[in-house]
Design a protein around this ligand. Structure first.
Ligand code: SDX
Length: 429
């Protein structure tokens, strides 16, 4: 029986070391024994952007990038998108199991009854310019929520964590909707507890003078599916931020603000908006070949394409494409879809993309649906953040409960100047 170990010979010293392999990995700290002298710190592993480094063990989400597989707690994303709801999926991702009916009813009750935000939040919401980016508002306001719930610092108390988890999942749509209404100069529309999570979000966004907002069931379902698709994605940039910032034992509101800030970037959650702008700039199917020439000349990125893990079609993009047709049956077809489909058709046959295994990711089609549903482009990363909040919280909680984990503090390879003495100003050249 082959041993689950790695034998390393350090040719600098001729010494040989045997290092255990577990889950297809070695512990980087096992390299520290490899030294060439007593005062040698020991061997480090160098992995900028963590291209080949596992930061944790996790039971939350499984991705197979080559096969295009995504499972939340073992359940395929295709089945959850078709048969579950966002709140049920949020329960699954946080608790590890699908809820029983009583568990689901209690979960939905608590989240439904925590959607209100402190009236003072409106005061600093009003302080933003009318054209303030909604992600900037979200990052600011969710971080500020920590000041309204000082008890949230008791992160090691399970009951307290559960309470903050209810609050954060419940209040993200309210903050997002208030930011949107502020940008339009419209009065805030308060939560309606008779509506579903997605239906209430549409209510807070689009309610006008009617006494009771009635969400379109097709759009309500489509939004719920989109939220399900965004719930978690293992150790992506924003989940890593959530874990790293959370490892200092800060409260979860501050950690979510950090995660949302990471998501804001155009290479991550900001890509869905960047895709819409890209499609708008291309303008027509006929201009797609000209744009792809710019991409291949490295003058532009094909936003919504490529992924660190998926080297095949992102399963979420497939589901979003199917959802698009349902939305268009209500909203009318978004002509940008034709440009996106032409981009995909040509790119998937072009060697530049095939060789680099670049396929549509979750952001390639989502913005087209959001635009058809009436969302302004800038709010798309906020929609991503609403869907991803349960995933961030699940990653955060798993980190807190993992005996292997402690405050995140990477090492570095120092290649700067050696010791040198201070030079007085008059002597500098
Ligand atoms: C999300 O991690 C997650 O799980 C994220 C996410 C989640 O659910 O949390 O899935 C959500 O963030 C999806 C990704 C959204 N971002 C975009 O669509 C922006 C465009 N994509 C690229 O920026 C890029 O593909 C990344 C950032 C997504 C991935 O970058 P990597 O893994 O670092 O890959 P890379 O930059 O090393 O690219 C490898 C090669 C390079 O060419 P060479 O230098 O080898 O010749 O592919 C090229 C890149 O130039 N390339 C692209 C490209 N993506 C990669 N070329 C043109 N257009 C692109 N989109």
């Amino acid at each position: 029986m082959a041993k689950e170990t790695l034998t390393i010979t350090d040719n600098r010293s001729g010494k040989t070391y045997e290092i255990p392999i577990e889950h297809g990995a070695i512990r980087a700290t096992d390299l520290r024994q490899i030294r060439v002298s007593e005062d040698d710190f020991g061997l480090l592993s160098y992995d900028p952007a963590f291209m080949n480094t596992a930061s944790c063990k996790s039971t939350i989400t499984f991705i197979d990038g080559d096969k295009g597989i995504l499972r939340y707690r073992g359940y395929p994303i295709e089945q959850l998108a078709e048969r579950s709801t966002f709140l049920e999926t949020a329960y699954l991702i946080l608790h590890g199991e699908l809820p029983t009916r009583p568990q689901l009813e209690e979960w939905v009750y608590h989240i439904t009854h925590h959607t209100m935000i402190h009236e003072h939040i409106k005061k600093f919401m009003d302080g933003f310019h009318y054209d303030a980016h909604p992600m900037g508002i979200l990052v600011g306001t969710v971080g500020a929520l920590s000041t309204f719930y000082p008890d949230a610092k008791n992160i090691l108390d399970p009951a307290n964590r559960q309470y903050q988890i209810y609050r954060l999942i419940a209040k993200m749509p309210t903050l997002a909707a208030f930011a949107y209404r502020h940008s339009l100069g419209m009065p805030y529309a308060y939560p309606d507890n008779d509506l579903s999570y997605g239906g209430n979000f549409l209510n807070m966004l689009f309610k006008a003078t009617e006494l009771k907002y009635k969400p379109d069931p097709v759009l309500e379902k489509a939004l719920d599916v989109l939220f399900i698709l965004h719930v978690d994605h293992e150790q992506n940039c924003s989940a890593n931020a959530m874990r790293s910032v959370g490892s200092s034992h800060v409260d979860p509101y501050s950690a979510v603000a950090a995660a949302a800030t990471a998501l804001y970037g155009p290479l991550h959650g900001g890509a869905n908006a960047a895709v819409l702008r890209m499609l708008g700039e291309i303008g027509s199917k006929e201009k797609v070949p000209e744009f792809l020439k710019k991409v291949k000349a490295r003058e532009a990125l094909l936003m919504g394409f490529g992924h660190r893990v998926y080297k095949s079609y992102d399963p979420r993009a497939k589901i979003i494409r199917q959802t698009a047709e349902q939305v268009f049956s209500v909203t009318g077809r978004n002509p940008l879809l034709d440009i996106a489909l032409e981009l995909e058709r040509i790119a998937l046959e072009d060697d530049f993309f095939v060789k680099r295994r670049l396929y549509p990711n979750v952001d390639f089609y989502s913005g087209i649906i959001y635009q058809a549903m009436g969302f302004p482009v800038d709010i798309y990363p906020v929609l991503f953040a609403i869907g991803r909040t349960p995933g961030w919280l699940a990653q955060w909680q798993e980190m807190l409960l993992d005996p292997d984990q402690k405050i995140a503090r990477p090492r570095q390879l120092y290649i700067g100047s050696g010791h040198r003495d201070y030079v007085p100003l008059e002597k500098r050249r």
